[in-house]
Design a protein around this ligand. Sequence first.
Ligand SMILES: CC(=O)SCCNC(=O)CCNC(=O)[C@H](O)C(C)(C)COP(=O)(O)OP(=O)(O)OC[C@H]1O[C@@H](n2cnc3c(N)ncnc32)[C@H](O)[C@@H]1OP(=O)(O)O
Ligand SMILES: O=CC(=O)O
Ligand SMILES: [Mg+2]
Length: 568
Amino acid sequence: MMGLSYHGYDTLKKVGGGGVYDVPDGVDIRGRYCEEFSKILTKDALHFVADLQREFRNRIKYAMECRKEARMRYNEGALPSFDPATKYVRDGDWICASVPPAVADRKVEITGPVERKMIINALNSGAKVFMADFEDALSPNWENLMRGQVNLRDAVEGTISFHDKARNRVYKLNDQTAKLFVRPRGWHLPEAHILIDGEPATGCLVDFGLYFYHNYANFRRTQGAGFGPFFYLPKMEHSREAKIWNCVFERAEKMAGIERGSIRATVLIETLPAVFQMDEILYELRDHSVGLNCGRWDYIFSYVKTFQGHPDRLLPDRFQVGMGQHFMRSYSDLLIRTCHRRGVHAMGGMAAQIPIRDDPKANEAALNFVKTDKLREVRAGHDGTWAAHPGLIPAIMETFVNNMENTPNQIQTMKREDAANMTEEDLLQIPRGVRTMEGLRLNTRVGIQYLAAWLTGTGSVPLYNLMEDAATAEISRVQNWQWLKYGVLLNGDGLGIRVNQELFGRVVEEEMARIEKEVGAERFKRGMYKEACKIFTRQCTAPTLDDFLTLDAYNHIVLHHPKGSSKL
Ligand SMILES: CC(=O)SCCNC(=O)CCNC(=O)[C@H](O)C(C)(C)COP(=O)(O)OP(=O)(O)OC[C@H]1O[C@@H](n2cnc3c(N)ncnc32)[C@H](O)[C@@H]1OP(=O)(O)O
Ligand SMILES: O=CC(=O)O
Ligand SMILES: [Mg+2]
């Protein structure tokens, strides 16, 4: 039977590539057809996603409106703060459901995009947990998303393999693997290739829904010892958003006929407003929580975004905004105190350093930086932390093991009551440091190269010996925007130059020439550097700050089938 429109017909929908997706009433697939994808995009799985979308779309829209409204208040001069209306939650004596034994020990967690070889490498890496990422580390084009689902299904089944033909190497899972967590996209991102009742689906409901539907049974049997699946939840700004996730989880548990509280999630505290909502977020998810994580890179991005209307809160060069800054330390300390008081893990964040193969001295310095950062985390009371690369795992594991008393975590032993009186001033203190021309140049060079990679399907890249992903690139973008908006003085290099449009135009030109030289003329021509430069420059110079780099850029990676049908 040929496909009709998505309205009112329970029918087969024909799309590019000659195949057909069997879709339920009201669902339209605009992504490329592929037989492998059709095993993910089954009618029943799509039915589940559509049910979630229909049940929660209005609440999601409302939550996004609330974000806008809060931003307007911050733009008018208000500061984020603890909410007096939920003091009873912060003061209350409740705790979260107890931690599932399968994930009691989370000393080192590796993260990475849902790419086939990386999934196998990460699961085999010796880390306790692998967070498979549909978010900061992934460019969410149709192929990546759908292949990611196929890869995760095979990983959970234990059948995943990969043949690297160039190296004639076959990758398979070891007997012992890391426990899998999955990070869906944030609430704000649409999935333009799946329309439900004529509207793009909510990206995270697609990521969550398809993964949950196909994997919950296998996962609980093989990985979760009766619990799971496990998730990481990104970029929330308020506990009302956590409440929606909690309802989504309950809805999924009901559909699957599994016990309430089976699904568990760690929430990234990576927006400035959310640091004032940590108790409230845990409270909403108290039956489904396994802790919070310091998503430090998005947190820095969010500091600039929240204070976009506050010229007295300008950031110094990006690399000076580390965990030594008072506001960052305060955030980590309060997160540990909050989690341990509620009986769940307080996870540390990502050090951006990665191994440097061709320079032993620089490599040693990078490794020492990571070790110092991780030592600070474990001594502060974190129960585990993130690694961006398998090469860092032994050193990080050793740091955590040697500094914890033979226990899987520090939930009972590091209560951090000293952080109980953390104030709003502590959490908001203006970061110290200077701004330099090199800072502006590096932001520009990194931002454009990251975006060029993202547009061509790669969401995490090594640049100048550091891991760059959507969160780190955001810092480069918003920092440039902030410096331009307020015409800041570059006060750290003795040049006494003010940032303005003309200077920025020159910097962009010169940095593009440098990028071309560094990557080579051929790769530069083949890549999407010019398009990336256009998008990045527009965003840095826009009169109003765009909410997300990837939201504006998303239109450029939407590819509707049959070709030529409209974009978002
Ligand atoms: C702010 C945040 O949200 S942080 C979380 C999101 N970001 C991430 O997850 C970034 C994860 N890291 C990465 O993507 C990568 O490490 C990069 C892009 C930074 C560097 O990647 P590469 O340049 O390919 O690293 P490199 O060449 O050293 O890789 C060596 C091997 O390690 C593997 N590897 C590297 N990083 C990872 C990882 N995170 N997970 C699994 N395997 C990995 C590579 O696949 C490669 O395997 P192979 O030898 O079998 O071919
Ligand atoms: O997601 C993690 C972050 O640091 O951002
Ligand atoms: Mg993040």
